[in-house]
Design a protein around this ligand. Structure first.
Ligand code: HEC
Length: 160
């Protein structure tokens, strides 16, 4: 008799624990995925479009490849105007180096993104002019916009 009571209690605990874990599993991963999708998307934009565009510009300059330089400029100009929307809502879940002050000074942040787009277009104009001084000056302006925004709005890499 005593044993069977304990069994009942035991199974009640097991069922309760089971229900709790089902609940936790069904709630938290969904929330995590939703949070980190925005973070993923903005990092992807930065890396595969803007960072890669910068790479194309620099490689093109080394190789004297005008088409490659223009391709890089186009990549950045197109992607930079997407930065404001990519950082629309405050999302800090997951692996991110974005600083919370972005969403306190969103219009300033967005303005730097627009300057980046403009500087990439100016770079393309310089490339078409064929003047090396103008090209390297324009590249510096592009780089200055990356630096300006990262300094203000991106946290330093964590030391491992
Ligand atoms: C308007 C602001 C802004 C500008 C302009 C900007 N960045 Fe960023 N960038 C950020 C922020 C914020 C992050 C951090 C995003 C995160 O971790 O969530 C970032 C992250 C990155 C990353 C890392 C992405 C990853 O996979 O984690 C690279 C690479 C990068 N930027 C390159 C560039 C280059 C190159 C330029 C200029 C051509 C540039 N960025 C211009 C705001 C900016």
């Amino acid at each position: 008799m005593k044993i069977s009571m304990n069994r009942k209690k035991c199974s009640a605990v097991v069922i309760a624990a089971g229900l709790i874990s089902v609940f936790l599993f069904s709630v938290s991963p969904v929330a995590d995925a939703a949070e980190s999708m925005a973070v993923d998307a903005r990092k992807k934009l930065m890396k595969t479009k803007i960072g890669a565009g910068m790479g194309q510009m620099k490689k093109g300059m080394k190789a004297g490849d005008t088409a490659q330089m223009l391709k890089g400029a186009e990549m950045i100009a197109t992607a930079a105007v997407k930065i404001p929307a990519a950082f629309e809502k405050k999302e800090m879940m997951g692996k991110t180096r974005a600083k919370a002050n972005i969403w306190e000074k969103k219009s300033d942040f967005d303005a730097i993104a627009n300057s980046l787009a403009e500087s990439a277009k100016a770079f393309a104009v310089a490339v078409k002019s064929g003047e090396n001084m103008a090209i390297s000056g324009a590249l510096k302006s592009v780089g200055a916009n990356c630096g300006k925004c990262h300094k203000m709005y991106r946290a330093k890499k964590k030391k491992k």
